[in-house]
Design a protein. Structure first.
Length: 199
């Protein structure tokens, strides 16, 4: 399902024209471009993954590597999913949890815990070789007993936002966008690109 809604184009594209989004995922590149309202160059790079539960450390490490490889401003992102009943886990390791257990297995793990509260966080890092800027968005909710829905990606099929009864994979497009952590993060990025204000 297409989960993209266009917002107003950025006002100043001086940085945008040089910016490269580091991803091999065409869907993520299209999603970002649609949100920003302008095309976004993207490039796939094999980057070392810093083993840390601090998402800013992880994205900053990747951003510095990407800049050294391309010698131009870069944007990288990482998403986390944390179960407070497990402290800071799975956190930045969620993609490996999903690779090993599948979304259903991650859901089963959460449902064995004391409670099923969950926090999703996405963090973008923009680095121009000198300054590092971070743009974050967060969403809180609970983990469903079983995966539901066909939309979205990642852990959407097991994540139920606060105030909702459906998983993110079951939501209509407008509700999906309104409750997404990427909405918050990309709006901050758009503001920075449009006005050059620190976030």
């Amino acid at each position: 399902m297409n989960r993209m809604t266009k917002i107003s184009p950025i006002k100043n594209d001086s940085l945008h024209t040089e910016l490269t989004f580091i991803t091999g995922n065409q869907h993520k590149a299209d999603y970002l471009a649609q949100w920003l309202g302008v095309p976004v160059a993207h490039h796939r790079l094999d980057l070392d993954e810093l083993q840390s539960l601090d998402v800013r450390e992880v994205v900053a490490h990747k951003a510095r590597q990407a800049y050294e490889a391309l010698k131009r401003p870069v944007l990288v992102e990482d998403a986390t999913l944390t179960f407070p009943a497990m402290g800071r886990l799975p956190g930045t390791y969620i993609k490996w949890f999903i690779q090993e257990l599948g979304v259903e297995g991650v859901g089963k793990l959460a449902n064995r815990l004391e409670h099923q509260q969950a926090v999703g966080l996405v963090c973008y890092a923009l680095y121009d070789g000198k300054d590092m800027h971070f743009f974050e968005g967060e969403m809180r909710g609970v983990i469903a007993a079983t995966p539901r829905g066909q939309g979205g990606f990642g852990f959407d099929a097991i994540f139920i936002n606060e105030g909702q009864t459906k998983t993110r994979a079951e939501l209509d497009e407008d509700t999906y966008v309104a409750t997404s952590y990427r909405t918050t993060a990309i709006k901050k990025l758009q503001e920075f690109l449009g006005h050059g204000q620190a976030v």
